[in-house]
Ligand binder design. Sequence first.
Ligand code: CA
Ligand code: CA
Ligand code: CA
Ligand code: CA
Length: 420
Amino acid sequence: MVPCITSLNTVIENPLEMHQVMVEILDVNDNSPKFPEENYTLEVLESAVVGSRFQIEGAHNQYFRLETEEFGEDGKIPFLVLQRPLDREHTAQHWLLLTATDGGKPSKSCTINITVVVSDVNDNSPLDRKTGKLTVKGNLDYEEKQVYELKVLASDKGAVSLSTHCNVVIRVVDENDNHPKIDITSISSRIPEDAPPGTVVALIRVTDLDSGVNGQVACSVPSHLPFDLKPSPDGQSYSIVTKNYLDKETMHMYNITITVKDLGSPALSSTKVIHVTVTDVNDNRPVFSHSPYTFYVSENNKAGMSIISVTATDADADENAAIIYSLDRTSGPSITAFLNVNERDGTISALKSFDFETLKKFQFQVVAADSGTPPLSNNNGLFRKINLLPSSQQAGRLRLRLVLSRSVHTQSSQSPALSK
Ligand SMILES: [Ca+2]
Ligand SMILES: [Ca+2]
Ligand SMILES: [Ca+2]
Ligand SMILES: [Ca+2]
């Protein structure tokens, strides 16, 4: 006996993984034999010769005897064999009860009522009764049934009719009439940009109802996209995996067109598009717009008024790009005690009025940090140097020179050397 083995694909999520599971099903006698229908009507010509056999979808009276025959993949097929001539005028119908019993322990059985209708003519046959030519009566479909087996009876019109019969086996040839089909088994439509190469984005299953090359399929995704197809061991499923690291700042969304094509001639194909959104990770530090900044500020500025404004940008999104400005009061000179920065817009104001005769230049640092978790900052990166210089002795005015320089360091790095 051939073991009954079925294979399943199990999907584990987070991370998305597929595993093949083989299950062997052991048989118990839990099915009664079944006739396709509860009642079966057989039309028989009243001229039917003795010995005529009638295949029934699964009986014994004075007119009929039961025989069974092994018949291809349908297994054991019951036949009614006519034992004596029928006479429609005498009995137009015969009722029979057929019982089928299996060989299980305990055995199970079922019954079917068979009505034999004795008719005058049979005008429903695809067989030309004179020439013996068989014609196709309906649509054939290889996917439904590949082989038809018929019994054709030939009888002469002698006073004592003699007859013979033959088996006709008709094999249907497959045509490529089914498009391959793509089913999305599972999908992670949102992939973080730091997902490592090989991360599974989707699991798909491809099927084609045809046979041979007409049912063999090749699956592909556009090669310019950072995604690859990885076939499963059974060759019918694929994982769509990332080929490289993704970068949300370069491309935040992908439409992946999956194409599956059979090897028939002409080939048939199908496509399906899946959408993948790349989600943001805080992988960009704030960057100052200028480096260095040089500002000239007049002395005798009004205390509390803004003197300069700095701007930093962050390529990430939302909180990962929300910048908070602050003054680095740990590494700079004490001048920061007289400065204040608006944490949202980077506007720096002086809390006192400068005097050129007392102070000609000074320097300090601004920190721009995003609001990601954890936050990234351009911590010691912005380095400002302010020089107070006289712009014109005659006018008695002074100008303040402010120099900002920029470099990227990690949050924990030490302050770079301040330029003096
Ligand atoms: Ca086909
Ligand atoms: Ca096909
Ligand atoms: Ca950021
Ligand atoms: Ca990012």
